[in-house]
Design a protein. Structure first.
Length: 275
């Protein structure tokens, strides 16, 4: 069984997230009555669905992604076709973007995925290192990681909304309560996002491991080293915070930054890949 320890931790954190959602749903039912339950459930599904659709479109648009021409990059298309077949998914749409840094990310799900690579990454990495990066991104698609992250972010938003309604409906309905509701909602959302981002870090390790199973650990480890150095030297990045969470490389320093990081430290990822 693959990744038993990591999956157990993800299951635990996921259970906590759905616990937050259940509490929020019960609170909203208490405020608006039992007849609000169907509205809460349907509204939650629609809310997450809209987040997913808009998020995918916004991520591609924010970096100006364009289709990766097969006549110019036949080797990359062949690599992805082979890996996709081996991993049991449909070949995703391949796109390239000017991100200002060497990086890559995947959006979508099995059967409707898109992998975006930066021009800098294609110029910096060797062919086997590019293949390691592509295998990592395909693992995200196969494991439905983007869908799960959107679901987690949706839960954080719903819990935040419930907290705001509690403050508004139990207060004096004055301007102070309005601002207090905003502050409380933001704090609650931040707390829930700690658990969402913990899942994100676990999933990066899983995608690394899956990529190593396909092409070996060294190509991806070497790619991460080069990407890390290339990102440090880069003067300007076109990647915003939302897209950064999807990318193969996104490292934060410091205790607080690490707590809210979407990726584990790159040194630990490289060490695991080489071990």
């Amino acid at each position: 069984m693959r990744h038993v320890g990591l999956k157990a931790r993800m299951a635990f954190v996921g259970s906590l997230l759905f616990g937050f959602y259940a509490v929020a749903a019960v609170v909203l039912m208490g405020l608006f009555g039992e007849r609000a339950l169907p509205l809460i459930l349907v509204g939650s599904v629609l809310f997450v669905g809209v987040q997913y659709k808009i998020g995918k479109w916004a991520a591609l648009r924010s970096v100006g992604a364009e289709d990766l021409p097969e006549d110019r990059f036949p080797q990359i298309h062949k690599q992805v076709e082979y890996l996709s077949t081996d991993m049991g998914i449909e070949k995703p749409r391949l796109m390239v973007a000017r991100m200002g840094v060497p990086n890559a990310f995947a959006v979508g799900r099995k059967g409707a995925g898109t992998v975006v690579v930066s021009e800098d990454l294609l110029q910096l990495l060797d062919a086997d290192e590019v293949e390691g990066v592509l295998a990592h991104e395909l693992a995200h698609i196969r494991n439905r990681d983007v869908v799960m992250m959107v679901l987690g972010q949706g839960i954080a938003s719903i819990v935040s909304i419930a907290a705001q309604w509690i403050v508004l409906l139990t207060g004096d309905n004055d301007l102070a309560d309005f601002f207090l509701a905003i502050v409380v909602g933001q704090i609650v959302q931040l707390i829930v996002m700690v658990f969402v981002l913990a899942i994100s870090r676990y999933r990066e390790y899983v995608a690394d491991s899956d990529a190593a199973a396909e092409v070996g650990g060294e190509p991806l480890a070497s790619a991460l080293e080069k990407i890390s150095r290339g990102s440090e030297r880069a003067q300007d990045s076109a990647i915003d915070e939302q897209v950064s969470a999807l990318c193969i490389f996104g490292e934060e320093r410091g205790l607080l930054a690490t707590l809210f990081a979407s990726h584990p430290p790159v040194e630990k990822r490289i060490e695991r890949l080489r071990n």
